[in-house]
Design a protein around this ligand. Structure first.
Ligand SMILES: NC(=O)c1ccc[n+]([C@@H]2O[C@H](COP(=O)([O-])OP(=O)(O)OC[C@H]3O[C@@H](n4cnc5c(N)ncnc54)[C@H](OP(=O)(O)O)[C@@H]3O)[C@@H](O)[C@H]2O)c1
Length: 411
C-alpha cells in the first residue's frame, strides 16, 4: 500500500499549536484539571478570558481561541462525548477535525488518521445514536485520541466547537443522495453550500492551517460541452444549467459547494485543497450503507440503472482516505485532485462485477453508459505523482462484495 514509504511514511508527532496563541498558554489550558471549570458556564468564564486577553494584546486571536478551548471542554462534560480528558495533557499528536466522521469515507479517514498519530475531532449528527458513534469508538487509539462532536452543518456554533483546537480540517460532511429528492434546496443544496461556507468560516476564524474539502467527480461530470476528444480532468466543471434542466441535484450541490469554497479561499486567503473522488467502494465500517455502496448492492440484486449523470470511474475507499491525508500533509499539493482508479463507464464496472461474481444475476448493461466519456488509465495523475498507488477495479469490487456479505447485506 502507498502508506509504506513514500510521502505518507512516518507521521512525525507535533505539538498542538493553534496559530497566534503562545504555546505555553495552550499547554497551560490543556493541562488544567477539568474540575477547574466545574459548574461554570462559558459566559461566566468570559471575564476571566477578557482579563487574560487584555494581558496579551500582542495576540489578536487569543480571545476567540481561548474561549473556544474552554467552550469545547465544557461541551465534553455536558454531552458525555468521548474525550482525552486528563489524558489531554499527555497527547502529543497534531489535532485535526473530520466533519462527517461517522460516514463511509469519514470512518476510514478517522481510522487512518488515528493510526498515523493524529488526535481526531470527528463530527457526527447525533451523539446519542450508537449507529453513528460505536464503530468510531471501537477504533484502536480512540479512547485516548478521538473526540466526538455533535455537529449540524447549518448550526455555525456546533462547527466552531468541533474545529476549535485543531490545525487542520477535513470537510467531508455533505448529504450524498443520488436517488430522486423531493426538496433539493433543503435536502442537498443548503447543507452542501452553506455548510461548506460555515466550515471554512470557522476554520478561518480559528486559524486553521489547511482545509481539505471533499468535493466529487460530480463537480466534474455531467459536462456535456467538454471537448469530445479531450480526456476529462481537473479543468472540467459540471454544467450547472444541464443539472437544473435534468433535475440532477447532487452534482449541482457538489459543484456549487466546491465553487463557493474556492471563492471563499481566494477572498479570505484560506489554504484549501480539494479531492474529487469517483464512486467510492470497498470495505464498509459503519453499520449502515451509504449511497455508493448501495449502487453495487442494487447491481448485485439486478438493478439496471446506469447512473448516466453520476459515474466517471470507481475508487477504493481506503485510497480516498489516503488521498485526503496526502494532500493535507504535502504542502506542495494545490487545487483539485481527481481521485479514481481509472476513468471508466458504469457498463465496464457492471461487466467486471458479472465476470467476478457469476453467481449473482447481474444485468447486461450497454458498454457505453456515460455518453461521450473518454476512458483513461492513470487519470488521477496529480495523486499518483504524490505517491498514491490506486487499487484496481477488480480489487475494489472484491472488497466491496466481501464486505456486503460479511455484514449480511447480501448472502
Ligand atoms: N461515496 C461516494 O462515492 C462519494 C464520491 C465522491 C464524493 N463523495 C463525498 O464524500 C463525502 C462523504 O460521503 P460518504 O460517501 O462517506 O457519505 P456518507 O456516509 O453519507 O457520509 C456523509 C456524512 O455527512 C454527514 N452529514 C450529512 N448531512 C449533514 C448535516 N446536515 N450536518 C452534519 N452532518 C451531515 C452524514 O451524517 P449522517 O450519517 O448522520 O447523515 C455523514 O456522516 C461527501 O461530501 C460526499 O459528497 C462521496
Amino acid at each position: 500500500m502507498a502508506l509504506q514509504g513514500g510521502p505518507l511514511a512516518e507521521h512525525s508527532h507535533r505539538m498542538i499549536k493553534a496559530k497566534s496563541v503562545p504555546n505555553f498558554l495552550l499547554r497551560l489550558e490543556i493541562n488544567r484539571p477539568k474540575e477547574a471549570y466545574a459548574g461554570m458556564s462559558s459566559s461566566s468564564l468570559s471575564p476571566v478570558i477578557l482579563f487574560l486577553s487584555a494581558c496579551v494584546p500582542k495576540y489578536p486571536n487569543f480571545f476567540v481561541q481561548f474561549h473556544m478551548i474552554i467552550k469545547t471542554e465544557i461541551s465534553f462534560w455536558r454531552t458525555g462525548a468521548k474525550f482525552c480528558g486528563s489524558e489531554m495533557a499527555k497527547r502529543e499528536g497534531e489535532a485535526v477535525c473530520v466533519t462527517g466522521g461517522s460516514g463511509y469515507i469519514g470512518s476510514w479517514l478517522v481510522r487512518l488518521l488515528l493510526e498515523r498519530g493524529y488526535t481526531v475531532h470527528a463530527t457526527v449528527k447525533d451523539l446519542k445514536d450508537e449507529k453513528e458513534t460505536k464503530h468510531l469508538e471501537d477504533f484502536e487509539g480512540a479512547k485516548s485520541c478521538l473526540v466526538l462532536f455533535q455537529m449540524d452543518l447549518l448550526n455555525y456554533d456546533s462547527i466552531v466547537t468541533a474545529i476549535a483546537g485543531t490545525t487542520g480540517v477535513f470537510h467531508l460532511a455533505s448529504p450524498c443522495i443520488v436517488d430522486e429528492v423531493r426538496d433539493p434546496e433543503n435536502e442537498l443544496l443548503a447543507p452542501a453550500i452553506k455548510g461548506t461556507i460555515n466550515v471554512l468560516t470557522a476554520a478561518k476564524e480559528l486559524g486553521v492551517r489547511r482545509v481539505v474539502v471533499t468535493s466529487s467527480i460530480s463537480a466534474i461530470v455531467p459536462s456535456p460541452n467538454w471537448p469530445a476528444d479531450v480526456v476529462k480532468n481537473e479543468e472540467c466543471w459540471t454544467d450547472e444549467e444541464y443539472c437544473k434542466q435534468k433535475g440532477v441535484w447532487y452534482p449541482l450541490s457538489k459543484t456549487l459547494a466546491e465553487k463557493a469554497a474556492w471563492e471563499f479561499a481566494k477572498e479570505k486567503k484560506l489554504d484549501i485543497v480539494v479531492v474529487n473522488p469517483g464512486t467510492v467502494m470497498g470495505p464498509v465500517i459503519p453499520p449502515t450503507l451509504n449511497a455508493s455502496m448501495l449502487m453495487i448492492l442494487r447491481l448485485l440484486q439486478g438493478c439496471t440503472d446506469v447512473y448516466e449523470n453520476f459515474f466517471m470511474g470507481s475508487v477504493h475507499v481506503k485510497d480516498v482516505a489516503l488521498a485526503h491525508i496526502l494532500v493535507y500533509e504535502n504542502k506542495s499539493a494545490t487545487g483539485r485532485h481527481l481521485c479514481v482508479e481509472a476513468i471508466s463507464h458504469y457498463g465496464d464496472f457492471a461487466a467486471k462485477v458479472a465476470e467476478l461474481f457469476p453467481e449473482y444475476k447481474i444485468p447486461r448493461l450497454p458498454k457505453d453508459t456515460q455518453p461521450g466519456l473518454l476512458r483513461a488509465k492513470d487519470a488521477s495523475k496529480k495523486l499518483i505523482d504524490l505517491g498514491l498507488e490506486f487499487i484496481p477495479m477488480e480489487q475494489i469490487i472484491r472488497d466491496a462484495v466481501q464486505s456486503l456479505k460479511s455484514k449480511g447485506f447480501i448472502s
